[in-house]
Design a protein around this ligand. Structure first.
Ligand SMILES: [Zn+2]
Length: 481
């Protein structure tokens, strides 16, 4: 991946004197900026509708991302402050719901995603929730817009050859933009860091340009991530140079390492529930080693979880990490575990996917695994059931069969302690809030699986939410316990 971009730049540099190249590149970028009307464009607001898909949330490895219908997207962009605010109003696209990305959506769902400079956050019920994990993708959203990509290319000494513009923002992304015959940006191919895959290619396609008050803007925007569609928009309105003020909230500015906060709670002898953020883990102590359930999010979270686990049971090494499912948010810490030689247990259908993912280097921003020099990790597959035991404690790993959230969902059951840990099939709502109505099909399926397997559960240690008694699950499923 890296090599193709690097080779293109290197070839350009070899065949022409540097000064002449730089001058040609500057002139070409100025011409492209002029064609777009980008020269004086400082900000804009765009209204669109269409479809989007939840990146990293496919129902199985190798299948498309799940689809949602975009009733409206209002995108406000300010190039001078490097800010984008997206307000999405979306409805369910998959019926029945299949895959992740906060499904099922009932009625209309409003989402607000923001980036400004080096800060990314979401707005949920007027509260700003820091989302640094989304920073790379959102910064790219800004600088891969037609006018943004020309600005970014001008700022980073891009190489230009014919209609191809090649440049990089070191540590953030590599980009290749292609101009059409009218000198308008037709395509941007970019590579950004990804916690599961190392790097992920993102492609933007722009078509059907129209003039909006002197600024040319595409009325058709399509995107893919990792080869599958993520966005298909029809733009209805663009208001150029309207004021766009995006202020970074204080709590976002001060949240420098939100994923590193780990709060352990002992729930049984040698069993700890690790919280502190959006995604939890469980640490289980065996006679001569430790087992960690879930390595979510990214390197930062994984290193914090590993450190905490080792502090809870000094002198014991982490031998296994159990992965609940392959979604990006639940698997993003696995590369850091692999870097330290921890064996991963996942569903059998995920094994080839993770074998490939761990063999890939993170070229844009080298991560723990890339820095470790390891090119493979021990990945063990479970089809229906596997038991880990040290003669005293048993850990049962079961497939949550037939769950449309993910084909390869695993849950972890401790028979002696009567504890159950799972992700995304049941997330307990905050205390004293009513369960969703009608019940989620993912939750109903979990209840069916517990009955089928005859598991006796007292408490749940969900990988989102909080510890609850089994009764809360039955209540959420609308069934008698
Ligand atoms: Zn999921």
């Amino acid at each position: 991946m890296r090599s193709r971009l690097a080779v293109a730049v290197t070839l350009l540099l070899l065949v022409t004197p540097a000064a002449a190249l730089a001058q040609d590149a500057r002139a070409a970028l100025q011409a492209a900026a002029k064609a777009l009307g980008a020269t004086d464009l400082k900000s804009y607001e765009m209204t669109a509708s269409g479809e989007n898909w939840a990146t990293g949330q496919s129902p199985a490895p190798g299948s498309p991302w799940p689809r949602f219908v975009i009733k409206s997207l209002t995108r406000s962009v300010n190039y001078e402050t490097a800010s984008v605010r997206d307000v999405w109003v979306r409805t369910q696209g998959e019926d029945p719901p299949r895959g992740g990305g906060v499904q099922p959506v009932r009625g209309e769902q409003r989402q607000v995603f923001v980036v400004s400079g080096d800060h990314a956050w979401n707005v949920v019920n007027d509260a700003a929730i820091p989302a640094p994990i989304a920073l790379a993708a959102r910064q790219l959203e800004l600088w891969a817009t037609p006018h943004g990509v020309i600005r970014a290319a001008q700022a980073s000494n891009a190489a230009v050859q014919g209609r191809l513009i090649v440049f990089a923002a070191p540590g953030r992304y590599h980009a290749r933009a292609t101009l059409d015959r009218a000198n308008l940006v037709a395509r941007v191919h970019a590579l950004i860091p990804n916690p599961v895959l190392g790097d992920i290619p993102i492609v933007f396609e722009y078509a059907d340009y129209k003039d909006f008050g002197g600024v040319k803007f595409p009325t058709r925007i399509k995107q893919t991530a990792g080869g599958f569609p993520t966005l298909d928009l029809t733009v209805t309105e663009v208001r150029a140079n309207v004021p766009v003020d995006v202020t970074v909230p204080d709590n976002v500015r001060s949240a420098t390492a939100p994923y590193a906060t780990v709060t352990p709670q002992m729930v049984a002898d040698g069993v700890w529930y690790l919280t502190g953020g959006t995604h939890h883990s469980v640490v289980i102590e065996m006679s001569d080693h430790l087992v960690v359930v879930e390595a979510p999010l990214n390197d930062e979270r994984a290193l914090a979880v590993l450190k905490e686990a080792r502090g809870l049971a000094p002198n014991k090494t982490v031998r296994y990490v159990i992965n609940s499912h392959h979604h990006f948010d639940h698997a993003g810490g696995l590369r850091a575990f692999a870097a330290e030689g921890v064996t991963m247990i996942t569903h059998e259908i995920n094994r080839p996917y993770f074998d490939r993912a761990f063999a890939a280097r993170a070229t844009i921003e080298p991560d723990q695994l890339t820095k470790s020099g390891r090119k493979a990790a021990a990945v063990e597959g479970v089809r229906d059931k596997r038991v880990l035991t040290d003669g005293t404690r048993s850990i049962e790993i079961h497939h949550i069969a037939g769950n449309t959230h993910d084909d390869g969902l695993l849950m972890v059951y401790l028979p002696k302690e009567r504890l159950l840990s799972q992700a995304d099939t049941f997330t307990p709502p905050p205390a004293n809030t009513p369960p969703p109505m009608p019940p989620s099909p993912f939750t109903l399926n979990l209840v069916d699986n517990l009955a089928r397997l005859g598991l006796t559960v007292d408490r749940l240690l969900p990988l989102h939410g909080r510890i609850v008694p089994l009764a809360d699950l039955y209540q959420a499923a609308g069934r008698a316990n």
